[in-house]
Design a protein around this ligand. Structure first.
Ligand code: GTP
Length: 325
C-alpha cells in the first residue's frame, strides 16, 4: 500500500526559518517533523509518494541522505503550488486503492492501522481521522451521523457555522478514484472543492483519542515537541556532556554545550554550540547554530547556522541566519 504525503506548502507562519529550511525538515524532539509523521505508518504501507513544491530539492536531498526505514519514497514536485488537491492529482498516478493521505506538519499518535481497519469494516470511500478541538476556525470540521458517517464537512468555518468540534486531523484513507475527480493543471483545495462532493459515496470519521498538534506555528510546533517527548518519542532525552539542568533533550552529533544549562524540552541539531552559562529551554536549535555565553533562549526556534550574541535574551523568538530570502 502507498501513502501520499503533502509537502508542498510555503510554511509562511514559520518564517524566517522556512526561508531556508522547509517546515517539514524542522527538527522537533530530535528529528524532522516529517519523519515523526512517517513513523505513524504501519508496515502494510511500504511506499510513499511525496507531493512537493516549495524547496522540493532540499527535501529530496535530505530524504536521499536519510531514507526513512521500511519505506520506498518517490517525490513528485510542482512547478507552481497546486494546493492540496492539485498536489494529490499531480503526484497520485498509480497510487493504488485505497491509499493513505498524510499532511506532513501534523504531529499525533494516530492509529493508522486502526484507521485502515475501520475504513475496510465500513466499506468506506474515504475515512478521515478526526480530532476534537475547542477552536475549529483554522480547520475543516465534520458533522457525523450516529454511524460515524460524515454528513457535512466545512472548511475553516466561522464558529457559528461549525457543525461540531471534530476536525480533519490530516490523516486519511481514500479510494484511488477520488483523484480522478480533481481537476488537472490548476490549484485545487482538496478540503474545500473536493471533499464535500464525495460525502454521498460514504465518507466516515474515525475519532482519535490520542494527542494531536498542528505544528504550523512556532508556539504549536513547540507544543508538538513537548507532546513527542512526553510520549517517549524523543530519543533517550539526556543532556549534552558536561552541561547541567533538566531534560528531556534530543542532542545531535558534535554538540558542544560544556558549562551551559538546560530546561526541559530542547532539540539541539548537529554541530550546535551553546557556550558556558547560556541557558536553553523549550526550544529548537538547528544544525550549526551558535549560542553565545550567558545567553538565555526560551520558547524559541533558532534556524540553521544562526548566531545568538553573548548575554542576549530570546523569548518566543524565531531566528534565522539569513532573515530574508
Ligand atoms: P502556512 O503557509 O504557514 O499556512 O503553511 P503551509 O503552506 O504548509 O499550509 P498548510 O499548513 O495549510 O498546509 C497543510 C499541508 O498541505 C502541509 O502538509 C503542506 O505542506 C501541504 N500543502 C499546502 N499547500 C500545498 C501545495 O500547494 N502543494 C502541495 N503538494 N502540498 C501543499
Amino acid at each position: 500500500m502507498q501513502a501520499l504525503v503533502l509537502i508542498g506548502g510555503f510554511g509562511t507562519r514559520l518564517r524566517p526559518v522556512t526561508y531556508e529550511l522547509p517546515k517539514q525538515l524542522i527538527p522537533i524532539a530530535g528529528k524532522p517533523m516529517l519523519y515523526h509523521v512517517l513513523d505513524l505508518l504501519p508496515r502494510e504501507v511500504d511506499r510513499a509518494v511525496f507531493a512537493t513544491g516549495y524547496k522540493a530539492d532540499v527535501i529530496e536531498a535530505y530524504v536521499r541522505a536519510h531514507p526513512p526505514p521500511h519505506l520506498q519514497v518517490t517525490t513528485v514536485s510542482e512547478a507552481e503550488p497546486l494546493g492540496t488537491g492539485g498536489g494529490m492529482r499531480n503526484a497520485g498516478d498509480g497510487i493504488g486503492d485505497p491509499f493513505v493521505l498524510l499532511n506532513s506538519d501534523v504531529i499525533s499518535d494516530a492509529d493508522v492501522a486502526g484507521l485502515l481497519a475501520f475504513h475496510r469494516a465500513k466499506g468506506a470511500y474515504g475515512t478521515m481521522l478526526l480530532h476534537e478541538v475547542e477552536d475549529t476556525r483554522p480547520y475543516g470540521v465534520a458533522a457525523l451521523d450516529p454511524n460515524d458517517r460524515i454528513e457535512r464537512f466545512v472548511e475553516k468555518p466561522e464558529p457559528r457555522d461549525a457543525p461540531s468540534h471534530w476536525i480533519n486531523a490530516g490523516v486519511a484513507v481514500w479510494s484511488e478514484t477520488v483523484l480522478a475527480g480533481i481537476p488537472k493543471g490548476r490549484a485545487v483545495s482538496f478540503e474545500r472543492e473536493i471533499v464535500p462532493g464525495t460525502l454521498g459515496r460514504g465518507v466516515y470519521g474515525f475519532r482519535s483519542a490520542g494527542f494531536w498538534e498542528d505544528a504550523g506555528t512556532p508556539e504549536r510546533l513547540l507544543r508538538a515537541q513537548r507532546l513527542l517527548f512526553d510520549a517517549g518519542r524523543g530519543g533517550d532525552g539526556s543532556l549534552p556532556a558536561a552541561s547541567t539542568g533538566l531534560g528531556p533533550a534530543a542532542v545531535g552529533r558534535g554538540v558542544d554545550a560544556r558549562g551551559a544549562s538546560f530546561g526541559p524540552y530542547v532539540t539541539l541539531g548537529d554541530g550546535v554550540v551553546v557556550e558556558r552559562d547560556a541557558h536553553v529551554e523549550n526550544s529548537v536549535v538547528m544544525d550549526g547554530a551558535f549560542i553565545g555565553a550567558g545567553a538565555t533562549v526560551v520558547g524559541s526556534l533558532i534556524g540553521p547556522k544562526a548566531r545568538l550574541s553573548a548575554g542576549g535574551r530570546y523569548e518566543g523568538a524565531v531566528i534565522a541566519a539569513e532573515p530574508r530570502p
